[in-house]
Design a protein around this ligand. Structure first.
Ligand SMILES: Cc1ncc(COP(=O)(O)O)c(C=O)c1O
Length: 384
């Protein structure tokens, strides 16, 4: 098992930061390359034409290996999930009455563009609700999603792990059913890529969009979008000079070229070579690959398991182990607990996490320990 890695981060020693699903801290190594990259612009002659292209290609290759594909040219660098999803929806045509399937309480960046697309084509947004009571909620939710995919479904747009409660979705089975009905599968991987294994080759999504400031330990305003062959001939939402063929030839940039570069390179954001974010993202993804998402998952399981058992004894509800992630854990608060009082206790004890509805959302990483979970448990016990 991996060791505790808090010394690799600048987090305060005594704080218990359990909120990676909100925003991760930066690795010290990533801070360092970021500062060096910032300073490089003090001497702009050091930034060479090649630096507009090669570091981005190297980063795409790294990210491709993390998500289980060799096709790094299917990856575009994007500023946000909303940008990636807008790129996707701008390249989909629907028929009236087609269904776009989403899950309940999906993150807004993976909802509004779908709503707009549905309005454009008189299509229907079908929200698959989370079962409200009973046992095995996440299992039943997965079953309802699979049942809801029919010949009317044109798109399934969802995530691997639900951002608010940690429900794990069975993307292999969902892909299988979507495939049967020729429906596209579009995934927002922001709350899982980096912390949980993902394989493009196995899941075969038509697009996988991901911001990197959470589980990829990267800077804000940077992300990746993988596009499958459905999007090979689409249009970007902006026309960057970098995305055209021969843009490497700086002396011929005004020999305007009608051809986009191959694969997903047409979808890259303007100024994609961001000389600060690219080296930071590269350093962060290298470290994640060295640790491996599988090992991060195992570590989070090991440090959390005993405290979760204790919390269940106290009346909190936690999903079946096969239907939840270990890095983003939704702990349902029993009715007898006052949520405001609970929040105050967390603040007082400097335990940083999120409350989403009636769930405590605990999102650990390698900077957390079993002791952090003991303290979380003890903090909750003070109000029971
Ligand atoms: C599931 C999910 N997707 C996307 C985002 C961020 O979206 P954007 O990059 O559009 O700001 C978040 C942020 O919390 C999220 O939880």
């Amino acid at each position: 098992m991996l060791n505790h890695q808090k010394d690799k981060f600048s987090l305060d020693k005594d704080d218990i930061y359990l909120n990676t699903a909100y925003m991760s801290p930066l690795l010290k190594s990533v801070e360092k390359v970021g500062i060096e990259a910032l300073q490089q612009k003090g001497n702009p002659y050091k930034i060479l034409p090649n630096d507009f292209f090669e570091p981005v290609t190297e980063l795409k290759k790294l990210y491709a290996s993390l998500i289980g594909t060799k096709e790094y040219n299917r990856i575009a660098c994007i500023p946000s999930v909303s940008y990636g999803i807008a790129t996707v929806t701008n390249n989909i045509k629907l028929n009236s009455g087609d269904e776009i399937l989403v899950v309940e309480d999906q993150f807004p960046s993976n909802f509004y563009s779908w709503k707009k697309l549905a309005e454009t084509y008189n299509a229907i947004i079908k929200i698959i609700e989370k079962p409200k009571s009973g046992n095995h909620i996440a299992k039943r939710w997965n079953e309802h999603i699979i049942e809801a995919i029919t010949s009317k479904t044109a798109v399934v747009a969802m995530c691997q792990v639900h951002w608010a409660d940690g429900t794990l979705f069975d993307l292999i089975s969902i892909r299988k059913k979507a495939h049967k009905h020729n429906a596209l599968l579009i995934i927002d991987g922001t709350q899982s890529i980096g912390a949980m294994p993902f394989s493009i080759d196995k899941i075969k999504p038509d697009a996988l969009v991901c911001a990197i400031y959470k589980w990829l330990l990267g800077p804000y305003s940077f992300g990746f979008a993988y596009f499958g062959s459905y999007f090979d001939n689409g249009f970007p939402i902006e026309e960057s000079w970098c995305n055209r063929k021969n843009s490497e030839d700086f002396s011929g940039l005004t020999n305007y070229n009608d051809d986009y570069k191959d694969g997903a390179n047409r979808y890259c954001m303007g100024e994609t070579a961001n000389f600060i974010s690219v080296p930071m993202a590269t350093k962060a993804v290298e470290q994640i690959i060295e640790w491996s998402p599988k090992s991060i998952q195992e570590y989070c399981f090991e440090i959390s398991k005993d405290a979760l058992i204790e919390l269940q004894k106290l009346g909190f509800t936690i999903e079946d182990i096969n239907y939840r992630s270990h890095h983003l854990i939704g702990i349902r608060i029993p009715d007898f607990i006052n949520i405001e009082t609970l929040k105050q206790q967390f603040n007082k004890h400097k335990i940083y996490l999120s409350i989403r509805g009636n769930y405590i959302r605990v999102a650990p990483h390698l900077y957390n320990s079993k002791e952090d979970f003991n303290q979380l448990l003890n903090c909750i016990k003070t109000i029971i």
